[in-house]
Write a protein that binds this ligand. Sequence first.
Ligand code: HEM
Length: 496
Amino acid sequence: MISFSVVIAAIAAVVVFWFFQTSKTRQYKRIPGPTGIPILGNILQLGKQMHVQFNKWSNQYGDIYEVKLGTQRTVIISNPKWIKEIFATDPIFSGRMRIESFEMYPNESMSLGIVSSEGEFWETHRHFLLKQLRTFGFGKSCMEQLVLEEVQEVIERFKKTEGKPINDLKTVFILAVINSLWTILTSKRFNHDDPKLHTLVANLNKVLFDLAERGGMLIFMPWVGHLMPEWSGYNKIRKVIEDNKSFFEEAVNEHKENFQEDNIKDFIDVFLNETNKTTDSSSPFYGERAEHQLVATLGDMFGAGTDTTSTTLSWGILYITKFAGVQDKLQQEIKTVTENSRNVSLNDRPSMPYTTALIDEILRYSSITPGGVQHRATEDKEFKGYLIEKDTWIFPNLHHLHHNPAIWGDPETFRPERFLTEDGKFKKNENLIPFQIGRRQCVGESLARNTIFLFLANIFRSFTISFDPSAPEPSLDPVGLILTPQPFSVVMKERS
Ligand code: HEM
């Protein structure tokens, strides 16, 4: 029988714990937020479209509020100045959560790749990646050439439809976007019908789909995956991650076999060159872990770069076709600049303020990563009088920021002109941050912006697009974790 003194000791321990816990937070303002339930927290209140509920809570609680995703403490920030401040400077707010179930190398002592790694290891590899991407093409004419080859292949594919409806735009774009990224990273280009390219696309789609369908629960309650691996979808997700890993490992092994120090062709070569030179075992480029890091980085580039860019392109086609007058204005500007006698190139962009404004409006209106990508507080830290405790996840409410009437006036109207001055020059708005901001800001922003510009401008130079009259009116309501248009069908009429 439990003795009376044990009960008293247990009560005393709870009181002492409670006292220390509250004295830690007593000096700070209380972060408001909805009440949740044990274990599940606020998950059941979220519904299928998390961002809709997050926006409601932002309207109710204001600049900052707290929710529990399962047992995970999470703060959501909606104040634009605070979003910039919290992500810009302080390394304490630049961590990431570790979710081994989704990692290619869950047995490593830390998360690898760029998206999920942290600290000095992340900083070194992020810096290296950005430098090499600049060398191998981001923002350069060779990259532009690669993207234009993909644009041309897509245009040829559309021409072959001869005015018949197209209903798989997203797949067409994803093939093209993956291929240009593959060429930059591995110096190999596939034909769009190549089975190897289709396998790569199918693998990536499977990972993204399974993460969207089943990943939520495994992110917020990872223990469910270990307790019920079949039912929770954990086994299925692990299988596609392993398949994907094999694909990238094969590319790395091929490069290792053909490696020539005096003939560095692409990102994989330059990375291998760095690891070959490294003898210091404490270096982030040393040994087997560095090779795993290379594979995980390739996985991250494809995971983070392909669905996002092709989804934005799909929204672009949908909005430009749907909203009155937009297609005419775009085509008029293309004609003024190119006389419709040549491809639109990146050099034309400064003379195309309407197209530039249109792309910013597409990014704002779609806000495909509505809560951005969450950061982790690596230590307890005060922010604006609130205590952000260690291991809290921090979400910027980008959708709310991009649809806030106090900032945009008429956010639910699709109006590229909001990014133009009265005399028609492009006007940047600092409150548009689809690639997030600060220390972890998206590394693919320039590639994504260039790709979207070259695709949309050259497609609308070649075609006038309308919706398939025999299909239902396309919906503007998104689906998925990355906000994606529901399938829609268009007809492309070649322009003379
Ligand atoms: C429209 C297209 C895209 C959108 C909207 C987008 C959005 C984002 C966002 C919101 C983040 C989170 C930043 C943070 O945590 O602070 C991010 C990170 C990242 N993005 Fe993108 N992205 C796009 C395209 C790309 C492309 C084309 C690539 C690669 C080629 C890419 C690679 C990455 C990587 C590697 C990270 C992780 C950065 C880090 O943690 O240091 N993204 N992106």
